[in-house]
Design a protein. Structure first.
Length: 394
């Protein structure tokens, strides 16, 4: 049952093989000084960097650069980007990359105008979840997405690693100014992705849907929408793994990523996100690809949640995996759904154990200790139970 909600989705999305044609028009809305933020080598290797530089030159922009934003960006790097924004009085941050580059840029665009040390800013905006005040300055961000996964291109969250404490937490911006003002989504840019990253992204997309879907027991449009996105990503990932050049599949993956976490399928939902909390802690300790941390934990995690969310897991089996009831009890149907999920994960090449991501037994207590505790979803985990999930996922 839906209660009161307000939905603002201010990002202008340009989608398709010609999405970058919209860049000049988008650039015309901002001043001369543009900070181009990107990752390691992929944007240069694909030729995207040169295309963007040419478009910026054509538009008469003065270009500053923030290269080297790694996967699972550190807070040190975010503050470096923030300093570049402030010292150069940047008019627009253009983030070219995946969730890591876009997240870092969104956080930096707000933090650039806040006073405080590393520890003070971390405590305020990540540990305590403070949001920028309406009167505080925020530098606008636009993005060109190169890996479909996080939905960062159309949401206001930015996830950052505190390399001192090994916490990996989100900063939630405001829904109008720290969300990307425009997002260019060209699925052909994803063709250069290594399979591992593509699969990691596909699993992240499915997991975002599940984190929102596995909560509540009311009748809610959001759950029907989530089922549709889940069916689409399951199918498209299969096709893209078998045929990586398949544009249809790649384009569906990209649009699924945006819909998985632009807020719409979570409307009116309590939502879970504890699986993400734990997966993010693994990345903080190991640097592992985000989606693969989620896949490696999923089966053990859902075994713990299942008893409390039995009806929803049975619905998941029927509506997402098309498993007929055929006289099955809810327990049998739910178990069959999770078995299908596991088979699909293995089929597309998800990592299924945290040892493969570099987690060893002696790290488990520390990983659990930095993972925030939330009362969300069907089952609220304790730190001790996170330890169990981690051990069961080794
Ligand atoms: O650094 P480069 O050389 O660009 O390589 C990147 C990176 O190593 C590579 N890559 C990206 N596009 C490519 C490409 N390689 C070849 N061809 C391309 N077209 O892929 C690697 C991973 O990139 P990254 O941006 O880290 O991936 P993703 O989009 O999965 O982002 C993960 C980050 O987003 C956070 C995660 O925690 C993690 O830090 N998340 C953000 C969320 C949000 N804003 O709402 C929610 C998510 O749940 C998630 O927590
Ligand atoms: Zn995620």
């Amino acid at each position: 049952m839906l209660g009161d909600f307000t939905l603002t989705l201010p990002t202008r999305v340009h989608f398709g093989p010609h999405a970058l044609d919209a860049l000049p028009e988008e650039l015309s809305h901002y001043g001369k000084r543009v900070l181009l933020a990107y990752g390691g080598h992929s944007a240069k290797a694909s030729g995207l960097y040169d295309r963007v530089i040419a478009a910026l030159a054509e538009a008469g922009k003065e270009v500053f650069e923030c290269p080297g934003i790694t996967a699972n960006p550190t807070f040190t790097k975010v503050l470096e980007e923030a300093r570049l924004i402030r010292e150069n009085d940047i008019d627009l941050v253009l983030a070219v990359g995946g969730g890591s580059v876009i997240d870092a840029s969104k956080d930096a665009s707000a933090l650039a105008w806040q006073e405080g040390t590393y520890d003070e800013l971390w405590a305020r905006f990540y540990t305590h979840g403070e949001q920028v005040a309406p009167e505080d300055r925020v530098t606008p961000v636009g993005c060109i997405l190169t890996i479909p996964a996080t939905g960062s291109e159309m949401n206001r969250s930015g996830v950052t690693t505190n390399e001192k404490t090994h916490e990996k937490l989100e900063m939630v911006g405001d829904e109008v100014r720290t969300i990307p003002q425009f997002a260019l989504l060209d699925p052909t840019l994803t063709l250069t992705l290594p399979r591992y990253q593509m699969v990691s992204g596909c699993y992240d997309i499915l997991c975002h849907c599940m984190e929102q879907y596995f909560s509540g027991d009311d009748d809610n449009l959001s759950d029907y929408l989530a089922e549709g996105v889940m069916r689409a990503i399951i199918h498209a990932a299969r096709v893209a793994v078998a045929d990586p050049e398949n544009y249809e599949a790649r384009s569906n993956i990209m649009w699924c990523a945006t819909w998985g976490l632009n807020g719409v399928i979570g409307i009116g939902k309590d939502q879970d996100w504890q699986l993400h909390d734990l997966g993010q802690s693994i990345s903080a300790f190991t640097g592992a690809a985000h989606g693969m941390t989620l896949s490696a934990l999923t089966m053990a995690y859902y075994r713990h949640v299942l008893p409390a969310g039995l009806h929803r897991f049975a619905r998941f089996a029927a509506n997402v995996w098309d498993i007929p009831r055929d006289g099955k009890t809810d327990e049998e149907l739910a178990a069959a759904g999770l078995a299908e999920l596991e088979a699909w994960m293995r089929e597309i090449g998800c990592v299924m154990s945290i040892s493969e991501l570099g987690v060893t037994e002696d790290m488990i207590e520390d990983i659990a200790a930095v993972t925030p505790l939330e009362k969300s979803g069907y089952h609220a985990f304790t730190t001790e139970e996170f330890v169990e999930v981690l051990r069961e996922s080794l």
